[in-house]
Write a protein that binds this ligand. Structure first.
Ligand SMILES: [Zn+2]
Length: 450
């Protein structure tokens, strides 16, 4: 018997009409359940909404949005877990927090045993679609800190039956050695860290493309869906790289790239409802239009999540774009950035993603940083680059700097970037959630996400 390409063929290929009906039934259940939470009880009452009045798909829009600010306000009012959980922590088995690296107070989310089993199940959809099977050896190249994503993948891979090797808190050099020694066939890391592992391997004279690694599972940064970054990772590893994304607020994963790689990632629609709205008006936008992700999760029973405004910018396209047979819609290009990532420099919009796609088309660049400064009254934007081989700097760097300068200007209405060479090892290195945009202009928020 040939093996199914789907982890759950019934839901992954369900006709969309049936999928909608399933989502509506689950939505009603989760909204009823959420009425046990202080937050939702108050919000529903204020909006004159009750779960029993949820009858049609359109009624979804009568559920009030949940914002990060409300979540944080609840935590401040009722520490330590806030007003969202329906029960106290005694029924929970896990607490995860956001990293707090963007300068914001971390938010806290409780999960029960059932919630956590659900997270593992969702990861199985993704890992199976990438071709991961029980015979695989999967190396988890992350430090097992508070970052929820790879914790979820760890349990998902165990559920799938793969052999899981926790990379844990070890130096990069040691992790590379273990990947080779244990014959890992699958490696999980952030896109940035995948590049760093490859560089470390090259330094040790290890031939990664000649190793047994054939699949990279990327998460934690939107860069996993930037074609130039992904191409660079695949070239350095000689393996296929797949994008996924999740967030602490919804548990660990909501989309995955399948083996057909349609230029985007499938939304796991039997476990979440993903709406795309105009961030200004809150009104839904259609297929192909950019908007903000709003998520409702069916698997977070301890910390229910209904219509959460993520600030992630996405473009949804129909499932039929992909030839894999799944009926789950697709986020084209993955998560395209955060609403708060955008910077205005002398009247031009600047997105870290657009800059990264230019930088990563030049493999001689190792690390980079986007620095915004103000000189007198004038904003300046700098691109600081660190090269792999600093010896080559003088002549080749001049040529590369001129090319970058032109490519950046062409992509930004002629904006003049100051392209500068950084000292070897001078730029920060990241294992999780790289932050390459530094805004030093007076009155700006400082370090944004990138
Ligand atoms: Zn597909």
């Amino acid at each position: 018997m040939s093996e199914s390409p789907y982890w759950n063929p019934k839901t992954e290929t369900m006709p969309r009409k049936d999928l909608r009906a399933l989502q509506l039934a689950k939505l009603r259940r989760v909204a009823e359940w959420a009425e046990r939470s202080l937050h939702y009880r108050e919000k529903f009452a204020a909006a004159d909404f009750s779960a029993e009045r949820l009858e049609t798909w359109e009624d979804l829009r009568r559920i009030p949005f949940l914002t990060r600010e409300e979540w944080m306000a609840g935590q401040a009012a009722r520490p330590p877990y806030g007003t969202l959980p329906v029960r106290d922590h005694e029924s929970a088995i896990r607490l995860h927090t956001t990293s707090g690296t963007s300068g914001k107070e971390p938010l806290r989310a409780l999960d029960s045993r059932k919630d956590w089993a659900w997270a593992a199940e969702m990861w199985c959809y993704g890992a199976w679609a990438m071709g991961v099977r029980p015979r695989d050896v999967a190396y988890m190249a992350f430090g097992y800190g508070s970052f929820i994503g790879f914790w979820g993948l760890h349990y998902g891979l165990e559920k799938l039956g793969a052999l899981v090797v926790p990379g844990g808190a070890q130096p990069t050099e040691r992790r590379v050695k273990q990947i080779v020694d244990f014959g890992a066939t699958v490696v999980a890391s952030t896109p940035t860290y995948a590049l760093r592992l490859a560089q470390e391997a090259a330094g040790q004279g290890i031939d990664l493309p000649g190793s047994s690694v054939r699949t990279l599972i990327l998460s934690g940064e939107p860069a996993g869906s930037i074609p130039e970054t992904k191409a660079l990772i695949e070239q350095q590893w000689g393996a296929k790289a797949y994008d996924t994304a999740g967030m602490t607020e919804i548990s660990t994963i909501f989309m995955f790239e399948c083996a057909h790689r349609p230029g985007g990632a499938h939304i796991i629609e039997d476990h979440v409802i993903e709406e795309v709205i105009d961030p200004e008006t809150g009104e839904p936008v259609g297929y192909g239009e950019m908007g903000e992700r709003v998520v409702t999760s069916f698997g977070r029973s301890t910390t229910p999540l209904l219509r959460y405004r993520t600030a992630d910018m996405v473009v949804k396209v129909p499932a039929s774009r992909c030839g894999c047979g799944r009926t789950f819609d697709i986020y084209q290009g993955g998560v395209l950035g955060r609403a708060d990532d955008m910077r205005l420099v002398r009247g031009t919009n600047v997105y870290p993603r657009a800059i990264e796609s230019i930088v990563r088309s030049h493999p001689e660049i190792d690390e980079f940083q986007i620095l915004l400064t103000r000189e007198d009254i004038r904003d300046e934007i700098h691109l600081l680059c660190e090269l792999h081989d600093q010896q080559r700097a003088a002549a080749d760097w001049q040529r590369l700097a001129e090319t970058l300068h032109k490519e950046l200007a062409d992509a930004h209405e002629g904006l003049n970037f100051r392209v500068e060479l950084a000292e070897p090892g001078g730029l920060p290195r990241f294992e999780l959630k790289a932050k390459r945009m530094v805004d030093d202009r007076p009155g700006h928020q400082g370090r944004g996400k990138a």
